[in-house]
Design a protein around this ligand. Sequence first.
Ligand code: MTE
Ligand code: MO
Length: 199
Amino acid sequence: MSIISRGFSGRRSADGAKLPPGQHLTSDFPVLSAGPTPSISHDRWEFTIDDGSNVLQRWDWNSFRNLPTETITADLHCVTRWSKLGTPWEGVSLDTLLANVKTDLPFAMFRSYGDYTTNLPLKDVVNKQAWIAFKYDGSDLAPEHGGPARLLVPHLYLWKSAKWVKGVTLMPHDKPGFWEGLGYHMYGDPWREQRYSEE
Ligand SMILES: Nc1nc2c(c(=O)[nH]1)N[C@H]1C(S)=C(S)[C@@H](COP(=O)(O)O)O[C@H]1N2
Ligand SMILES: [Mo]
């Protein structure tokens, strides 16, 4: 069964604007990838949760796709200043994936096929704020947009939404991922224009 989740698509500024400061609207769906698009077959795909030393949970494609899914309508905000409102996704919430994980570790590093990483506080991926999305607009997620599956964290700049995601490592302390290590903000709230680390 699919649950309609409003997610945080309606998050907006105090004056009711849907566009964060410094952003402009786009109706197409730009592709932004730091490297080549990896090709991952469903046979080879897996998603794991670990704590840095032990794997706590593991799904192959079939067991992942047997989990309950949700449809999400989300506004996307890229740090390169384009925003796209009301995008339709289907995915498995991180709440579902973390349901049997007992942890006090407060930070997470998402890891992708092709070696991209991005860091987030664990509290930002629970309570219906993040999904592993595998469909966009009713179709299988295209490889260039992160298929078979990508992280979707709409309340932060889109570089946090790791494409081709393969797992998450829970951590005691925050640590920069790929873009964060190159000067992008450790948190990345578009409403506070947290683009670069010095801001
Ligand atoms: N694995 C991986 N995920 C990634 C990226 C990347 O280069 N590699 N780019 C990020 C950036 S900067 C953005 S803006 C979005 C772009 O998603 P899109 O190509 O589907 O628009 O993916 C994010 N996730
Ligand atoms: Mo981006």
